[in-house]
Design a protein around this ligand. Structure first.
Ligand SMILES: Nc1ncnc2c1ncn2[C@@H]1O[C@H](COP(=O)(O)OP(=O)(O)OP(=O)(O)O)[C@@H](O)[C@H]1O
Length: 311
């Protein structure tokens, strides 16, 4: 057992009849880390989160949570909170009443309820019945309910679903605060930009197997060519310099939103650095330079394509 890990999974397999939802997966999540689960639909993310929440038991393998082995009982392990398939809330109660009921069960005070409502940005609607809440408001209230239990492992399935930008900021700041205080967070998402903003490590799942697990930096640092959007002060001069720079290829833009002021170049980072140097020396200003898809999304697509090709 490793007490420094929030989650340690070894050889975890979970089947539903003939469907192998998880196929012998290994995952480590350090305590106090925000860890993202990524993968195509049906990859096994929710199944894994369900095992962490004690909603199901693995068929094979060993799962340790917060340093303790998980038994065969269907119950949330001590210190674990969260939700899969949306939070369980009482629709006929108000947001405050939902949390107050939970706080009463745990002998928490009303002050905690108001504080956590404020933290998720629901103070203004605290007196409204949950029945009328949008998906994003429910997600935030579900997070508030989980936070109220003072979890040491927080497990969230698609917590960003339905969130507007303000809601997303609230959720991110709650998760960052919890992690800074030592809470381990494991969450799934299809939104790469959220994962990149929040997570230090990710696990990519495809058809029940781990395709990658580790720091985001390791994914971006891998020797992979990416497509970059380049907007320069002189588009024609930039195009000529790009054509002359070894290791740079110009990619035709497709789709209805072609922008003649923007060049899309495919390159490894050193060739891109060389091109930027040449642009600057030629007096061409670089106004925008960013990957067309993020390194996580590119790695995710490449890894899952590789796996599909190998099947
Ligand atoms: N209760 C269940 N009964 C039968 N099959 C299930 C059950 N739960 C999950 N599965 C199957 O297990 C596989 C993994 O599903 P899971 O929900 O874990 O994937 P996911 O990565 O969360 O997908 P999504 O991104 O669509 O939420 C899928 O093939 C799914 O159909």
């Amino acid at each position: 057992m490793d007490a420094t890990l929030g989650v340690r999974a070894r050889g975890i397999t979970k089947c539903f009849g003939d469907v192998v939802a998880l196929d012998g997966i290994d995952v480590d999540v350090a305590q106090g880390q925000i860890h993202g689960l990524v993968g195509p639909n049906g990859a096994g993310k929710t199944t894994l989160l369900g095992l962490l929440l004690g909603l199901a038991v693995a068929d094979e393998g060993r799962l340790e949570i917060l340093g303790a082995p998980v038994g065969r009982a269907l119950a949330a392990p001590d210190g674990v909170a969260g939700f899969v398939d949306g939070p369980g809330l009482y629709p006929s109660l108000t947001a405050r009443q939902n949390l107050a009921a939970l706080a009463a069960l745990r002998d928490e005070g009303q002050a905690d309820v108001d504080e956590v409502l404020d933290e998720v940005g629901l103070t203004d609607v605290a007196g409204d019945r949950v029945r009328g809440f949008s998906l994003g408001m429910r997600q935030r209230l579900g997070l508030a309910a989980a936070v109220l239990t003072g979890p040491r492992l927080l497990v969230l399935d698609e917590p960003s679903n339905g969130l507007d930008p303000a809601g997303k900021n609230h959720v991110h700041s709650v998760l960052n605060r919890l992690a800074a205080g030592g809470t381990t967070v494991v969450l799934s998402s299809h939104r790469m930009e959220d994962l990149e903003a929040l997570c230090s490590e990710v696990t990519i799942l495809a058809t029940g197997r781990v395709v990658f697990s580790g720091p985001l930096g390791k994914l971006s640092a891998e020797n992979r060519e990416l497509d970059y959007r380049l907007r320069a002060s002189d588009a024609e001069a930039a195009r000529k310099l790009a054509l002359d720079t070894p290791g740079i290829r110009i990619v035709d833009q497709t789709g209805p939103r072609q922008d003649t002021e923007v060049l899309v170049v495919r390159a490894l980072v050193p060739a891109l650095d060389e091109l930027v140097g040449r642009l600057v020396r030629a007096g061409v200003a670089v106004r925008e330079l960013a990957p067309v898809v993020s390194p996580l999304e590119a790695a995710f697509l490449a890894l899952t394509e590789q796996q599909e090709a190998g099947r």
